[in-house]
Design a protein around this ligand. Sequence first.
Ligand SMILES: Cc1ncc(COP(=O)(O)O)c(C=O)c1O
Length: 445
Amino acid sequence: MAYDFPKSRALFERAQRSIAGGVNSGIRKMELPVPLYFDHGNGSRLFDVDGNEYIDFQIGQGAILYGHAPPGMANAIADQARKGTHWAAQSELEIDVAERLQKMIPGAERVRFNNSATEVVMSALRLARAHTGRPLILKFEGHYHGWSDEGLVGFAPPADKWGSDENPAPLHPSQGVIPEVLGNFVVARWNDPEHLRRRVDEHRGQIAAIIFEPVLCNTGCIEPVPGLISTIRDLCDRDGMLMIADETITGFRFGAGCAQTHLGFVPDLTILGKAVGGGTPFGALVGKESSFKKIISGEVVHAGTLNANPLCLAAAKWSLDQVIALGDKHPGTMIGLGNRLMVGLTELAQKHDIPLRPQGPGLVFHCAMLKPGAEGGAIRDYRDYVKRHDAPRWAHLRRCLLEEGVRAIERGLWFISLAHTDADIDEALAKAAKAFARHAETWKA
Ligand SMILES: Cc1ncc(COP(=O)(O)O)c(C=O)c1O
């Protein structure tokens, strides 16, 4: 019997009378048939207010790397809460966390904390402009760097406005942004090193930084083609631009050294969010001491009342200790689990003639639902994704999965956490079998 959600429906109705639009982050409205209200979580499981249990692959949009409500983290936060929730001052905890980051991430010579990755991106771009005295930032189409005026440039541009392949237009998905922001960005397509080289050459001497997700998790989970990351590094070294790796999703998912160690590069600055705070509002900018000079001197303002909040630091310290303790076992175990799930979903799709294709490095992956006639190789960049991914059909399958107790991300992404086990994957595939059968029976284009 598929799940029903009467209490979530009633709460969503009530919420709309006080909370603007009923949700506190626009994307949460995407959840069908209704944005869900949760009661509690435990490890890989979430329980909603209707008593429905989910194997959770959404895991707090990736922040819950350690599973829901791990007792060690709960104790660390509770112990700290009894001493104080906020001092707006220094604590030994902040040095403990900074020193751990220094040990874990090559190139993390200096650290600053914020309360979200969106803020960390704002800090990084301001710092890069001050560091180089240049106005422009190069970013890749489809990469997401938070919801600020700058972070959203080039994310989800509509096909009729996105410009030529050679000259992608800097567009913004939101109204109300400062119009001049767009003129401060150069947008390039992902996964085309020669195109990137030409984009940089066109604006040579004017670009302060290249920012990117090392694995493009926010659009299709697209890994970099060989030579792309080394081209970014070479161009940054050649022209004195800062290389900024946005590891908000990939950080610690790929082990202590993050995706940069896994892929073999050292950026100048790294954005950390989500898993670094284990699900508390926490983010960090880490990088070379030379890149931090203008923050160290005070010429670049970096501030925040709640920065280095002790509750978040307590959670972060506990979280980083888990990753350190796992050593080499991580991320291989998560990659193995994710690969099993991808293979199982692919087999179910083939059985029911559903054009679903999982893509990604296992511990995070995306399910592309291919449009008719859009078969072919892996999805390569944002434009390829838009042309080939059938979002309404995926939304239908995602709802069927949710109603059987398997929770993936509304946009098609799946995260493996350290709390998932082989038994979770077996159970998820058994539930997915029912969801795929129902989708195949009921989907109408
Ligand atoms: C790559 C990347 N950068 C930045 C952010 C912004 O993080 P936050 O929503 O915590 O501010 C996100 C959020 O999903 C992200 O995926």
